[in-house]
Design a protein around this ligand. Sequence first.
Ligand SMILES: [Zn+2]
Length: 81
Amino acid sequence: MIPLRCSNCNKLLGMIDGRAEIKCPKCKTMNEYPKPIKDLAGYGMVLYEDGWVYHNKDRIGWVRPEERDSESPRLWTHVNS
Ligand SMILES: [Zn+2]
């Protein structure tokens, strides 16, 4: 478990294990963990800082750490099948 703090006011929101989406009761900022780091162009997919890629709320694959900054990271999808 790790402590999740508000990205805006630093209030401790709770201890989490895995993914979380918590609205700060103090400043109303929506906090997501892990943080989404980028949208993958044009497909409605979002890459999160832990390397997982989601389409809407479905986990569709994983990107290797060394490819997370690249323009078109390769998606590893075998993890779900
Ligand atoms: Zn806050």
